[in-house]
Design a protein around this ligand. Sequence first.
Ligand SMILES: O=P(O)(O)O[C@@H]1[C@@H](OP(=O)(O)O)[C@H](OP(=O)(O)O)[C@H](O)[C@H](OP(=O)(O)O)[C@H]1OP(=O)(O)O
Ligand SMILES: Nc1ncnc2c1ncn2[C@@H]1O[C@H](COP(=O)(O)OP(=O)(O)O)[C@@H](O)[C@H]1O
Length: 323
Amino acid sequence: MISRSPDLFKFRGVVSPRNLRSFHHRHPPPPPAPTMSDLRPPEHQVAGHRASANKLGPLVDGSGLFYKPLQAGDRGEQERAFYEAFSAHAAVPPRIRDAFFPRFHGTRLLPTEARPGEPHPHLVLDDLLAGLQAPSVADIKIGAITWPPSSPEPYVAKCLAKDRGTTSVLLGFRVSGVRVVAPGGAVWRPERPELKALGTAGVRRVLRRYVSSVSGEVADCALAAAVYGGEGGVLSQLRELKAWFEEQTLFHFYSASILLGYDADAVSATGAGGGVRVKLVDFAHVAEGDGVIDHNFLGGLCSLIKFISDIVSEAPETPPLAP
Ligand SMILES: O=P(O)(O)O[C@@H]1[C@@H](OP(=O)(O)O)[C@H](OP(=O)(O)O)[C@H](O)[C@H](OP(=O)(O)O)[C@H]1OP(=O)(O)O
Ligand SMILES: Nc1ncnc2c1ncn2[C@@H]1O[C@H](COP(=O)(O)OP(=O)(O)O)[C@@H](O)[C@H]1O
């Protein structure tokens, strides 16, 4: 039997009335449901399942919310159960919840193009890229293995093949999606097969290109100091997240991603990286931690930190300002 049921997250004695009151205080009811004409696939989505005429996928309506359809099988319920447990869990430091996770506003039935006349339940989350004028985004799937140990064999085999075929097994992470906006607005967005084929050198190249101000093949790393380094930059946020993962034994985040986001226009114009976002997404395969640290996620996180800190050490210290 698969143990990935929503019961997994009925943690013993953690949801007290006080927690729930604080949960509801932090999670006021969302505004009225959007209609089909308000909803569209997010322009800056870089990985995962995409909404189309015959497939469910995330939607946005410009209100600062991100609607992720509950996925088929037990996966959608599993992700909902994670958000519910995590949002009210007394042992999760509020700073970690607020800094690194999208806020969860419950679920909502929404009309979709893929299933006309059949509203589908969606998780209502904060849109993590809201407010960025020119978002440069990277989705980095963390962990050498991406399947919870309780998964059925065919699923393990499918994931293992992907983990071995990409850099997951070797590096403890893989780049699942990326878009980089150059000054002037040109967007570099490699296709999925190109990303899947990356080896170690390719991953390093993509992580350098993510903080480069040129649109050609050359990576100048001009924005590395502002985006990756410095106070509030990616590295300092990843290190704060790592400190929590060194302690937390509540959850094991299989197949979750770190989503990086920054405003390419703002960073190029000011040379400062204020507002760089480091968030976790995709919790359809989270398992209970059972008092054991999430060494799979932690290992991948350490590896990513090393890649990024190497780029910062090699990069120019002060980024050139846009003319
Ligand atoms: O559906 P597929 O085969 O495209 O695989 C999805 C992956 O796409 P890709 O490896 O790029 O082809 C997809 O990968 P990305 O997020 O796009 O890297 C996810 O791994 C997804 O799993 P889940 O959303 O975590 O449950 C994967 O879904 P499942 O394989 O778990 O259904
Ligand atoms: N809360 C969010 N805000 C903004 N973008 C998001 C959010 N969650 C996910 N995304 C975008 O959607 C993509 C897929 O999300 P994910 O949860 O991984 O879906 P899937 O389960 O289909 O893989 C991410 O790579 C990111 O671009």
